[in-house]
Design a protein around this ligand. Structure first.
Ligand code: ZN
Length: 465
């Protein structure tokens, strides 16, 4: 692979000494293989290097999505007004809806999820692969993680299902690194089963786990109670593997302390928590050990840029209201745009304990996003972090590179195989077919037979007559 140079752009680089972003204007990035080998004004590029003119552009690290269930992408727009309870009952891996999917459908549904992200500059995923009801379904989900072209920590939810056991899944995972040539060759898929269970603790050290991920809902939710304190009590810190707890919208002080103590991470999925009603009250208090995720990309935005903006403004809103409730005027702004940017990039790398992902610096993986700084919504910027976090949209993303290879070029997705136009037709057909087959069961008396439903204050634009 010939060297590549993003020439003369504005680079949001990572300064190790400052432990923050350093904005470098009129600066180039040299890429050799899958790695950034130089950043500077006068870098020496080989004569045959491919030069990408970046004048007027803003170059950022690829965004990191630390929580997704991409097999569900084919549901897109199916349930725009759903709640978490109805999602779990009607559309999750525990629902009847899974019967609408063939293993092949899972493959293209996951693929489309990765393409959506790559188009939006999401170069890295922690995929919580809950497609685990059949071994073929598990396998095709993994194939999509390889073929999608993103950098993926593929965390398969190994649990005992009717047709497949956790042990089966672990056995499959055990073979992947050795057997899958794509994994060996491109080195972009890291492996990790997810469930926090005894099997993992007692006998799975030899798998060489790269990450573990699990749900932490808290509050009155009768499921997803995998808190950092419980993980610590089970001794998971002895595995010395990064653990990513998703949501934690109601995370307690004790659990925030456990997260910090063991250098684990919370994946905040702002749009999901607001949309479904997980509850989102305390994640903002542990942002030093947090990153951003999407969760279910079929119900709302699949891009991390949107999550960063939503999160930033919702945190500001909460903090401001506290001051206003005390009868006083806010003296200052509670959260800076740089923190939102870091949650979307550097903090995602930290979540998987990788210093070479989510940053632009020499030695880091060449996961790079190039923004057109000259679009109607961006032109005039002087602060490139603000331009990206508060003004950019996905349409401004011209190029996306993962490990030195273009996945989007001049505004157009570059698939590892085939053309977007052909793929999109196939996906649209599958989505319509799958959505037509999904039946929504009536709401039960109690959620999972135990949790009481409560009234929700409704809002409408309809005028009273
Ligand atoms: Zn989830």
């Amino acid at each position: 692979m010939a060297a590549k140079v993003f020439h003369d752009g504005t680079v949001l680089s990572w300064n190790e000494d400052w432990q923050s972003i350093e904005v470098l204007h009129h600066t180039s990035i040299l890429i050799n293989g899958d790695t950034i080998s130089a950043i500077g004004k006068d870098i020496e590029a080989p004569a045959d290097a491919e030069v990408i003119d970046s004048t007027g552009k803003i170059l950022t690290p690829g965004f990191i999505n630390t929580h997704s269930h991409l097999w569900q992408t084919a549901y897109r727009t199916l349930a725009p007004n759903t709640t978490l309870a109805s999602y779990l009952i009607s559309y999750s891996q525990s629902s009847q809806a899974i019967k609408a999917f063939s293993a092949e459908d899972i493959y293209i549904s996951c693929l489309e999820g990765y393409y959506e992200g790559l188009n939006a500059g999401v170069t890295t995923y922690v995929e919580h692969a809950s497609n685990n009801w059949d071994l073929d379904v598990v396998k095709r989900g993994f194939d999509a993680a390889v073929d999608g072209g993103a950098r993926v920590w593929w965390c398969c939810a190994a649990e005992d299902r009717e047709d497949v056991t956790a042990e089966d899944v672990f056995e499959y995972i055990d073979t992947l690194g050795k057997r899958n040539p794509a994994y060996e060759r491109q080195n972009q898929v890291d492996l990790a089963p997810s469930s926090m269970n005894e099997v993992l603790l007692t006998s799975r050290r030899e798998l060489g786990l790269e990450a573990i991920t699990t749900h932490d809902l808290g509050g009155p939710w009768p499921i997803g109670h995998n808190t950092p304190s419980i993980a610590a009590n089970k001794g998971l810190q002895d595995l010395d593997v990064p653990i990513i707890f998703s949501h934690g919208g109601l995370i307690t002080e004790e659990n925030r302390a456990a997260l910090r103590k063991h250098d684990w991470n919370l994946s905040i999925t702002p749009e999901s928590e607001m949309h479904y009603g997980h509850g989102q009250q305390t994640s903002r208090l542990v942002q030093d050990h947090a990153s951003l995720g999407v969760d279910t990309n079929w119900t709302f935005s699949g891009d991390i840029l949107t999550q960063a903006r939503l999160w930033l403004q919702s945190v500001r809103n909460v903090s401001y209201n506290k001051t206003l409730d005390s009868g006083r005027i806010p003296r200052e702004n509670p959260m800076a745009v740089e923190d939102a940017f870091l949650l979307a990039t550097r903090q995602g790398g930290r979540a998987v304990r990788r210093d070479d992902v989510g940053v632009l610096k020499v030695g880091a993986k060449a996961d790079i996003v190039c923004f057109n700084g000259n679009s109607p919504n961006m032109v005039g910027w002087t602060d490139p972090i603000a331009a990206v976090v508060l003004h950019a949209n996905v349409g401004d993303i011209e190029h996306v590179m993962v490990g030195g290879e273009f996945r989007k070029r001049n505004g157009k997705l570059i698939l590892k195989e085939g053309e977007w136009e052909d793929f999109s037709k196939k996906f649209a057909e599958a989505a319509r077919r799958i959505q037509a087959k999904v039946n929504v069961p009536p709401q039960p008396e109690k959620f999972m037979g135990v949790a009481e439903f409560g009234e929700v204050e409704s809002m409408t634009t309809r005028r009273q007559t």
